[in-house]
Ligand binder design. Structure first.
Ligand code: FES
Length: 390
């Protein structure tokens, strides 16, 4: 469908949209195709796609519905970042070209349409609905709630199932078992709802390896400008649109058949070996994970040191000779840098990983971080006193 007349073009300008096309009945691999569209000030990426479909290539397939950031169906990767295309303006990418690809981390069934099966199967696992201990029916009345009780979960109640957070999450891309950011946010939304008694049931899912432990706090899900999942959730699990897409179509040669449905021919988007160099946050995440190896190294070093001390003077001298070897020294310098990184990042993550409450009120994150540094200072001072003074 063509976009309505939304105003004058910006002069004669046009912009190239490089759209990933994948038609399993014709090709086995996705190919980027260039389309030129008018560069109008008010046109969004979705308007550009609609223009292509109406004027240039009616076979282009993609999802959309509301055109106002409500239905969550128009999510795509724009220049590598997950975006709602109805809320992303073409002019922000001028002079172009602007790359439009299917959402990352999902199998693609056609052009810009991804297979949502995995996402739709994961959400109900956290039981995103109100669970009651009692058996109240609508005849008995409403579940009443005060404004303060509403505020407790309001920030979690705005998700539109757009899946942008899943496309942004490198963990979901690498570990398909991970339940994902929106499911975790949904669980929290209902756990915080004063009308709900289902926290225990949701916890059974969240404490699994693929539950909250899968989250490594890369935080990309919370940085997608239009994603509201990790910060909010809507209780309604709407039936996914686009029913019937690709169902029952036999896969052409060379096309991987989605294991999630067993029926939909699709291709799985590849995650390159150097995916962690794509973003500063990904890089920081991998460095943080890597730092654990150096923590383990220092544990080994400490055990060796203790054994050398316990083994007498000769053994201690041997240890000192070994420890002063340039290679061991260099390794320890590098390990020390990673240890500092490990300490800083894990201290910073603690308030996100553990919610502490005192007297029913949540302890602010900076207090938890400050307490950790204070503890580190006290322990360090004690060890210094033990080794140097005592
Ligand atoms: Fe509904 Fe974009 S079309 S959110």
């Amino acid at each position: 469908m063509a976009g309505p007349d939304l105003g004058p073009e910006i002069g004669p300008d046009r912009i190239t949209m490089q759209v990933t096309r994948y038609r399993p009945d014709k090709t086995s691999q996705p190919v980027p195709l260039d389309y030129e569209v008018p560069l109008r000030k008010e046109w969004t990426i979705l308007d550009g796609l609609n223009h292509i479909k109406a004027e240039q290539d009616e076979t282009l397939s993609y999802r959309w519905s509301c055109r106002m950031g409500i239905c969550g169906s128009c999510g795509m990767n724009v220049n590598g970042e997950p975006r709602l295309t109805c809320g992303t303006f073409l002019s922000d990418y001028a002079p172009g070209p602007v790359r439009v690809e299917p959402l990352a981390n999902f199998p693609v069934v056609k052009d810009l349409i991804v297979d949502m099966t995995d996402f739709m199967e994961k959400l109900p696992r956290v039981k995103p609905w109100i669970i009651r201990d009692d058996d109240v029916t609508e005849i008995d009345g409403e579940y009443l709630q005060t404004p303060d009780e509403l505020d407790a979960y309001r920030q979690f109640s705005m998700c539109i199932n757009c899946m942008l957070c899943y496309a942004a999450c490198p963990v979901y891309g690498l570990d398909p078992d991970f339940v994902g950011p929106a499911a975790i946010a949904l669980a929290e939304r209902y756990d915080l709802d004063s009308r709900d008694n289902g926290a225990r049931e949701r916890l059974d899912v969240l404490i699994e390896r693929e539950g909250v432990w899968g989250c490594t706090f890369v935080g990309e899900c919370t940085r997608v400008p239009q994603a509201r999942g990790p910060r909010g959730r809507d209780p309604a699990l709407q039936a996914q649109g686009c029913s019937g897409v690709g169902q029952g179509v036999p896969a052409p040669p060379g096309v991987q058949v989605s294991t999630s449905t067993g029926r939909v021919p699709s291709y799985q988007q590849r995650i390159g070996v150097f995916w962690w160099l794509r973003k500063r946050t990904y890089f920081a995440f991998v460095m943080r994970e890597l730092s654990s190896i150096f923590v383990a190294w220092f544990v080994v070093f400490l055990v060796a040191f203790t054994a050398a001390v316990g083994g007498g003077d000769e053994s201690y001298e041997d240890f000192l000779d070994w420890a002063s070897h340039p290679l061991v020294l260099a390794l320890n310098v590098i390990a020390s840098a990673f240890l500092v990184l490990h300490t800083i990042t894990w201290f910073a993550l603690t308030p996100q990983a553990m919610v502490l409450r005192l007297g029913g009120r949540r302890v602010p994150g900076f207090v938890i971080i400050a307490a950790q540094y204070a503890g580190l200072l006290v322990v360090s001072a004690f060890i210094w006193w033990l080794v140097v003074i005592a």
